[in-house]
Design a protein around this ligand. Sequence first.
Ligand code: DAH
Length: 340
Amino acid sequence: MNEKIKEIQAEIEAFKISSQENLEQFRIKFLGSKGIVKGLFGELKTVANEQKREMGQLLNALRKTAQDHFDNAKESMESQVDEDSKVDVSRPGDQIAVGARHPLSIVRSEIIEIFSRIGFMVSEGPEIEDDWHNFSALNFPPEHPARDMQDTFFIEKGEEEIALRTHTSSVQVRVMENEKPPIRTISPGRVYRNEAISARAHCFFHQVEGLYIDKDVSFADLKQTLMYFAKEMFGEKAQIRLRPSYFPFTEPSAEVDVSCTICNGKGCNVCKYTGWLEILGCGMVDPNVLDSSKIDSKTYSGFAFGMGVERIAQLKYRVNDLRLYSENDVRFLKQFTPEM
Ligand code: DAH
């Protein structure tokens, strides 16, 4: 029996455990209830009494060897698994594609920010608008040719006409109907016109409307506000000039140019060698418009302006094709970062 124990001892030590399967085979063979070690303990009763003690000790040692061999193998296998699943913190990370802000959204926020610094609040109105807010309340009489200035997408024609708003001036009306002067608000939003899509025209685009109503608001206030805006938006050197124009809802009306941001007014192909770029329309709110919205035009006066967001973005980023803004090409969209 002594010999046998030695043999088995050697067999245990030589047993290489390299997988979970092996490990289980080893356990069944040596440590299981029908395993070799158990069997040898069973044979103890056949051993002569005076040898029993010694054999018992040898068998206990054998069982310990088998158990240790099993435990060590198990442990090293588990730590192997850990090793494999450990994160190597020194490896370069996977790139996560970070989204960028849309250039129009950046410019829109900048415009809001600039006007909020001089006390303008933001107001919004619906994109589907009735004739009253888009036209009539803004002093466009029915059948007036000025309605043709803005090619309209009608949703319902007839008694009460419903259309996609052609400008954000409709929001002016909504604000005047709901608030009392003093009113100082800007209204950013999307507008729609029935135009063939090209580099220079689109069937939808974005505007920011401005409205200021109080006692004694003058044209000088309008001019100064726009000058402030131009300098904040395009830099300290920016200049503006006002050209007389016509809008049904303002009297007098003007179009505003800013000195060319590319050549600083010297003349280049962007400004068509005039040194100036048109950025917005504006004027003193027509008394008819105030009265339509139940604001007393004898007590109050105001100015309004409306600018195209794409136009400002074009001057800031030199994007000369309007279609790029809505094509969702990531190569285009990822180029813009807000100014800090
Ligand atoms: N609504 C005009 C347009 O879409 C822009 C505009 C001009 C708005 C003069 C105004 C304004 O508020 O006073 O062309």
